[in-house]
Design a protein around this ligand. Structure first.
Ligand SMILES: *[C@@H]1O[C@H](CO)[C@@H](O)[C@H](O)[C@H]1NC(C)=O
Ligand SMILES: *[C@@H]1O[C@H](CO)[C@@H](O)[C@H](O)[C@H]1NC(C)=O
Ligand SMILES: *[C@@H]1O[C@H](CO)[C@@H](O)[C@H](O)[C@H]1NC(C)=O
Ligand SMILES: *[C@@H]1O[C@H](CO)[C@@H](O)[C@H](O)[C@H]1NC(C)=O
Ligand SMILES: *[C@@H]1O[C@H](CO)[C@@H](O)[C@H](O)[C@H]1NC(C)=O
Ligand SMILES: *[C@@H]1O[C@H](CO)[C@@H](O)[C@H](O)[C@H]1NC(C)=O
Length: 368
């Protein structure tokens, strides 16, 4: 059977429940529907050939935020060895983004009408088929009562699920969607869409967190971090789990295969794992402005690393943007990846008092 049809069939129980619009639905969803975790975020998995371990910063350095973003260099020659850098011509559009919005979140940012500008915008990269992940986030860490934090989901398109997507949008109005196909290889298009939409419709926000739909976000800790950054009075921020000297995959079978024609260097420039990253709006704007002039690489976090290198934006490593799931450290991590399934997230969220119970539940789920 066609893989996409299988995906739909897997999602179908969740979708049928979606129609019944009630909180009971969420309970049922969390108890009975098992939805497979997609491989979308595998993009961020470090290469095991990484030669130098990432720089580990154990205490968050307030003084780190002293960099200003330089203006875009006019000539490619200022970028150093042109043969090992991506082709950049700032007067020429070499990476057009000819896609159109199908949906923009009418309850988020510009369009809310309630005049409360969010301080933090959270953009969740999600596969259009992963309704279960989005429902779980809406019911747990993504349910904000304070409009200084707002959340929207970034989706591509699929003709196989249009009416379900419409239903979901009608219920929540929290999705940004363009008309490119929601495929793994189109992940960079989704990221570009997120940057562009944040700039055009939510530029009042001071910070943007980009996060994959299978992450848990520790909102209080994230707000604390933002508070610390703000106090340091410099907001040129691009922070997350940083990889350095990651090897470019040259084996055609690799999911991350990139040819030497596309990128000649042996190593990628430093980049922040795309699974979860915090940027200040000024950095988001600079990067968004530069996308049309930088040749696209389908691995979105690597692509952002290339753009950041061109703009000389400082990438700050913070190991609390965890790319793994470490149940015993949930309290001290800002983000955690791969908690198992939407069920686990909802279940754990509902256990307030008994931490041990929550941890053992996670362990059980991850073994099955
Ligand atoms: C530039 O790249 C070429 C080809 O990769 C290499 O031979 C040369 O040594 C590099 N030059 C510098 C200054 O890095
Ligand atoms: C979000 O939380 C409120 C209570 O704070 C609750 O009424 C609402 O149902 C929650 N939303 C979702 C999607 O679970
Ligand atoms: C919302 O959050 C902001 C920042 O955390 C805080 O200053 C404000 O008082 C909060 N508003 C409400 C209504 O809780
Ligand atoms: C990406 O989206 C475009 C536009 O919908 C589509 O033509 C293309 O096939 C997609 N790429 C992949 C790899 O699916
Ligand atoms: C914020 O700064 C305080 C004081 O330096 C520190 O104790 C705390 O851990 C910081 N919070 C985060 C989330 O980094
Ligand atoms: C890049 O930034 C660093 C400091 O972060 C600075 O020392 C260096 O001169 C900058 N390079 C360019 C080309 O602007």
């Amino acid at each position: 059977m066609n893989r996409q049809i299988i995906k739909i069939l897997r999602t179908l129980p969740a979708v049928i429940l979606l129609v019944s619009i009630s909180s009971v639905m969420l309970m049922v969803l969390s108890r009975h529907v098992k939805i497979e975790v997609t491989s979308l975020n595998e993009i961020s998995i470090p290469t095991d050939e990484t030669e130098v371990p990432p720089l580990i910063i154990t205490a968050f350095p307030r003084t780190k935020y002293t960099k200003t973003i330089p203006t875009i260099p006019i000539e490619t020659t200022t970028l150093g060895n042109a043969t090992v850098k991506p082709r950049v011509l700032f007067d020429e559009i070499i990476n057009p983004h000819p896609y159109r919005y199908k949906r923009i979140p009418s309850r988020v940012c510009k369009s809310t009408g309630n005049q409360v500008h969010p301080r933090l915008l959270i953009l969740v990269k999600s596969n259009v088929f992963q309704i279960g992940h989005r429902m779980a986030i809406r019911a747990t860490w993504g349910n904000f009562t304070n409009s200084s934090i707002q959340i929207a989901f970034l989706l591509g398109d699929s003709p196989l699920i249009t009416s379900f997507t419409k239903m979901e949008y009608d219920l929540y109005e929290d999705m940004v969607q363009e008309d490119f196909m929601d495929e793994y290889k189109n992940n960079t298009l989704k990221t570009i869409m997120g940057f562009n939409w944040a700039v055009s419709d939510c530029s009042q926000a001071k910070f943007v967190l980009f996060v994959d739909d299978d992450y848990y976000v520790n909102i209080p800790l994230l707000l604390d971090l933002i508070e610390n950054i703000t106090e340091s009075e410099d907001e040129n921020v691009f922070i997350g789990f940083k990889y350095e000297h990651a090897v470019v995959r040259r084996k055609k079978e690799s999911k991350w295969y990139v040819s030497t024609d596309e990128y000649p260097n042996k190593h990628w420039p430093p980049y922040i794992s795309g699974g979860s990253m915090l940027l200040s709006m000024d950095v988001v704007k600079e990067i968004s402005k530069t996308f049309p002039h930088v040749k696209q690489i389908f691995i979105d976090d690597v692509y952002l690393g290339i753009v950041a290198e061109i703009l000389n934006i400082t990438l700050t490593h913070d190991k609390r943007f965890e790319v793994k799931y470490v149940p015993e450290k949930l309290d001290t991590l800002i983000t955690s990846h791969d908690y198992g399934s939407p069920n686990v997230l909802v279940h754990e969220w509902n256990i307030d008092d008994d931490e041990d119970d929550a941890i053992s539940t996670v362990e059980q789920n991850s073994r099955t």
